[in-house]
Design a protein around this ligand. Structure first.
Ligand code: PBG
Length: 326
């Protein structure tokens, strides 16, 4: 039987050319999606201190950032709105002239024929209590009342011209309700990127600053328990049955096992979201000189791809796209 010393796996690793030839996983800018924040009522972009390099954009700088992303070859943009006013039901989320809807119009007009424009469909940026839905009298998040708000959000975002809506609130039935609302409004061609397996994660910490979230407490009654993998497959089944066009796992790196299971089971494209805390950890370690930043970025993205993601949402999308081109 062939064995050492004739069998030597290192032969496939011994030159850059050989490693390039046999690499199983490749990244391409087209599969990277850049999350972008647009804030109402500011005249200059505002840096997000917990996410060095990430900005809350004005409408004007958002357009420029979108063009820059397209020029780098990025495949998609995911827009998040930061309104000036928050209230109990998140009224600005369904205002046709709300900041996100205006930003969708701007970006679609600017680059909408070159890149897929997506929008976050969730209330947490818009509510004064910071939850992803509206509250019942006892303070709990009211699933079915929230669905009515999501249906209206879907309509105004689609009216603004978005290509894919991204329901991220983890309400039961949200994909079906959003699909029905889009269809009833004549938006059959607007798709749904479903946040399918979304965990109640500490990795979202820096994002809360990025969107000015007012949340006290946690989202554990609607987002999934990090201890569980099985229910992600159930969420997948339901989202598919309700009409999801793409599905997503989030966060990415701490949930690569879940990503692999979803990727193996899903007949539709599977995305993963490398979230704010994943970004912040690497940036903080790099700022301390503890890691090689660029290698770390590419290694994390490659791992997410290897675990089965077809598309990756990452705050490094533009930079990674540029690295891939050189
Ligand atoms: C909800 C939403 C969140 C993120 C994306 N959509 C926050 C949350 O669920 O608490 C987090 C993204 C990130 O951390 O980068 N609108």
């Amino acid at each position: 039987m062939a064995d050492f010393p004739s069998i030597r796996p290192r032969r496939l690793r011994n030159s850059p050319a050989m490693r390039r030839l046999v690499a199983e996983t490749r990244l391409h800018p087209a599969e990277l999606i850049l999350p972008l924040f647009v804030r109402e009522g500011i005249s200059e972009p505002v840096p997000v201190s917990s996410m060095p390099g990430v900005l809350q954009h004005t409408r004007d700088t958002l357009r420029k950032a979108a063009v820059e992303a397209v020029e780098a070859g990025v495949g998609g943009l995911m827009l998040f709105g930061v309104p000036e006013v928050q209230d109990a039901v998140g009224s600005e989320g369904t205002n046709p002239d709300g900041i996100l809807q205006r930003a969708i119009r701007d970006v679609v007009a600017e680059v909408g024929d070159q890149v897929v424009i997506m929008s976050d469909l969730c209330l947490d940026e818009y509510t004064d209590h910071g939850h992803c839905g509206v509250l019942a009298a006892d303070g709990s998040v009211d699933n079915d009342a929230t669905l009515e708000r999501y249906a209206e959000m879907a309509r105004v975002q689609a009216d603004a011209g978005v290509h894919l809506v991204g329901p991220s609130g983890m309400m039961d039935g949200q994909i079906g309700v959003v699909r029905a609302a889009l269809d009833a409004a004549g938006h059959q061609d607007v798709g749904i990127l479903a946040y399918t397996a979304k965990y109640a994660s500490a990795f979202y910490g820096p994002f809360r600053e990025a969107v000015g979230s007012s949340l006290k407490g946690d989202r554990k009654t609607y987002q999934q328990d990090p201890a569980n993998a099985r229910e992600s497959l159930r969420e997948l089944e339901l989202d598919l049955a309700e009409g999801a066009d793409l599905v997503m796992v989030k966060p990415a790196m701490a949930y690569l096992d879940v990503l692999r299971q979803i990727a193996d089971a899903s007949p539709v494209p599977v995305a993963a979201y490398q979230v704010s805390g994943e970004y912040a950890m690497v940036e903080a370690a790099a700022a301390n000189g503890w890691i090689d930043r660029e290698r770390m970025i590419m290694e994390t993205l490659t791992s997410i791809r290897r675990a089965g993601a077809g598309q990756i949402l990452t705050y490094w999308a533009v930079e990674a796209a540029r690295m891939l081109a050189r």
